[in-house]
Design a protein around this ligand. Sequence first.
Ligand SMILES: O=P(O)(O)OC[C@H]1O[C@H](OP(=O)(O)OP(=O)(O)O)[C@H](O)[C@@H]1O
Ligand SMILES: Nc1ncnc2[nH]cnc12
Length: 172
Amino acid sequence: MKFKEKIREIQDFPEKGIQFKDITTLLKDGKAFHAAINQLAQPFRHQDIDLVVGPEARGFVVGAPVAYALGVGFVPVRKSGKLPGETLSYRYTLEYGENVLEVHRDAVKPGQKVLIADDLLATGGTTRAVVQMVEQLGGEVVGLTFMIELLYLKGRQLLGHDNITSLLKYKQ
Ligand SMILES: O=P(O)(O)OC[C@H]1O[C@H](OP(=O)(O)OP(=O)(O)O)[C@H](O)[C@@H]1O
Ligand SMILES: Nc1ncnc2[nH]cnc12
């Protein structure tokens, strides 16, 4: 499956200088969506994963089906003010702008092995925030998986983890 042909690229969104990778064109293609999720889940089928954690909003679209494919639970990390229970908050900077993320304090139990999933790895700021939140709750991040990796923003280097996979890599 040629997944890159399914991703739409939009120049100067949400601000000048950003080339936005739009996954909605892949998501609406049932065969491509199904194949992409299966490929993302595959390397983790025989790894010891207890939970998939994914950040709002596009991380839900990737993380929840990957969790379903692996037969494990999914934990949402949400933008601030959305979760009803007691939360842990974390502020971070994005390729564009700033953000606050929250997770339920009882969502990850100490010692649980976590796979972090998102649609896209850019600077790595979002994922680093999620890693630190999982670790603060006592979870162990055993892997990270993305549909898209923007190599030129060097998120992989920021994260410094040895089990990062991505389906599509963009050099520019
Ligand atoms: O590696 P980074 O530089 O942190 O960028 C990647 C993040 O940015 C996007 O989310 P965004 O915050 O735009 O939110 P959305 O999923 O609600 O669109 C994307 O879905 C990743 O989570
Ligand atoms: N260039 C980009 N395209 C789509 N989503 C993004 N999130 C951060 N950078 C992005």
